[in-house]
Ligand binder design. Structure first.
Ligand SMILES: Cc1cc2nc3c(=O)[nH]c(=O)nc-3n(C[C@H](O)[C@H](O)[C@H](O)COP(=O)(O)OP(=O)(O)OC[C@H]3O[C@@H](n4cnc5c(N)ncnc54)[C@H](O)[C@@H]3O)c2cc1C
Length: 425
């Protein structure tokens, strides 16, 4: 699909997918949200004392994943080689943009909400089948993939540690070979979906000398959460929330067989970057849609609300805020769609658009924060009300300046590429 489809065909494919997806959401997911409206809107009822979602909502999210899988949406962004839909990157961002433009933030059963709970509708590298599973052994393919593709099981992406975030080469988790097995010891922190995941992609140092030289030496293992020595009991509340889906993982002499290696031994860094790059583009598409959603709502409101005998739309200060948001949305959209096109072109060009992926992530997240901030300002007190989702969108956008590479790390990557001679725009 990716190699042969024209841009027009990809746009048509995204539109056709969206028609089905919107219908699926409106008939299957929105009624579930209505059923749990009281609980979903009140975090004191939504989370248990230990920070986990109450059982009814966890089950509702599981049922959305399974229904989405049966309807062919859940793994649509995962490669065909592992049983996914194989949609091109351009289709992915178009779909996420439209999804978030229509439904907005704060939708626990549809997408990002409550400090970045991943979407049960569509799998990504932080919770389900993704490009990271391209180089797996038959054991993982037969044993783990079916459950992930069906939405019955989930995975998490265990890279970050208490002393290694931006500086991935500082990983302290170690895996030591013992016959046909590896013994893993270490602690992971800020891992999305860790408290719920059935499996974890764990990144560990397997060759300290290579890792010290930044030449490899890190391997990725698919670890079962039920393994002796594995635990994920601490949930980490995030910015203005009672809880979140981020947690810690401790690995205490956890044994995995050699066939749980993802990709080549010592080459896990590349597997991790594959997931993170995919995540950066998905974040860009989602934030673009959230910005459009906020501007759409603002345009409706300014035509209705009157102050000093005029609608808000007649005040130039308000017009300027609308214009600023439109300018940022337009430039974000160009950056995001163009980057997705460059990703789809990799098989023919051989060029990985490292700089552009960082630009798309940074621009979309940072502009989304400003657009949501203006939407709050335009709506006055109503903008801050928890009944409106602007405050949740604002918090999501602010949060997203940290994961999948902070804004500073995106700039570091962009500058490094420029200084290496990548000055193509
Ligand atoms: C909501 C959320 C979800 C997450 N999900 C996951 C997940 O699923 N899996 C996972 O593995 N991790 C996850 N993370 C972790 C995330 O990737 C890290 O928090 C992030 O990479 C930053 O690492 P850190 O927190 O250790 O900050 P640090 O690396 O300590 O950085 C602190 C500050 O210093 C800046 N800084 C660091 N180095 C430089 C430099 N060279 N130049 C300039 N500035 C620099 C940073 O930009 C930041 O502002 C998540 C984090 C959050 C908040």
């Amino acid at each position: 699909m990716t190699e042969t489809a024209t841009r027009e065909e990809i746009h048509s494919l995204a539109k056709a997918t969206l028609d089905g997806l919107f219908q699926f959401i409106d008939t299957e997911v929105v009624p579930l949200e209505e059923k749990f409206r009281d609980v979903l809107g009140d975090e004191r009822k939504l989370f248990r004392d230990d920070g986990l979602l109450i059982d009814e909502v966890a089950e509702a999210r599981l049922s959305v994943r399974k229904m989405s899988s049966q309807a062919g949406f859940y793994a649509m962004f995962a490669p065909e080689e592992i049983g996914g839909g194989g949609l091109p990157a351009l289709a992915n961002v178009l779909i996420l943009e439209a999804l978030y433009r229509k439904y907005g933030p704060g939708r626990l059963l549809i997408g990002w909400s409550n400090a970045f709970l991943g979407s049960p509708l569509v799998a990504s590298f932080i919770d389900g089948p993704s490009h990271m599973f391209m180089s797996i052994t038959d054991e993982v393919r037969n044993d783990v993939l079916p459950g992930l593709l069906a939405g019955e099981k989930t995975v998490c992406f265990g890279l970050t540690e208490p002393n290694a975030g931006s500086d991935v080469w500082g990983l302290q988790t170690k895996a030591v070979r013992d016959g046909d097995e590896w013994v893993i010891n270490g602690t992971k922190q800020w891992i999305t979906n860790a408290p719920y995941a059935d499996h974890a992609a764990i990144f560990a140092v397997t060759n300290p000398e290579l890792a010290a030289q930044h030449k490899g030496g890190i391997s990725a293992f698919l670890v079962d959460a039920s393994s002796p020595g594995y635990s994920s009991e601490t949930v980490l509340p995030i910015m203005g929330h009672v809880s979140s889906d981020c947690g810690m993982i401790t690995l205490d002499d956890v044994r995995v067989s050699n066939d749980r290696l993802m990709g080549e031994e010592d080459q896990g860094f590349m597997i991790g970057m594959m997931g993170i790059s995919e995540g950066r583009l998905m974040i860009a598409g989602g934030c673009l849609g959230m910005s459009e959603w906020a501007l759409d709502r603002s345009l409706e409101y300014v035509k209705e609300r009157k102050t000093f005998g005029k609608t808000l739309s007649e005040h130039q200060a308000i017009q300027f805020m609308l214009a600023e948001s439109a300018m940022e949305i337009f430039t974000t959209k160009q950056a995001t769609l163009r980057t997705a096109e460059l990703v789809d072109d990799i098989p023919t060009t051989g060029r990985i658009p490292v700089k552009e992926i960082s630009i798309a992530k940074a621009v979309s997240v940072e502009s989304c924060e400003r657009v949501l901030d203006r939407a709050i300002q335009i709506h006055g007190g109503l903008g801050l009300s928890t009944e409106m989702a602007f405050q949740e969108g604002f918090r999501i956008a602010r949060t997203l300046r940290i994961p999948d590479g902070t804004s500073e790390i995106q700039r570091r990557t962009i500058a490094r590429q420029l200084l290496r001679g990548d000055v193509v725009f």
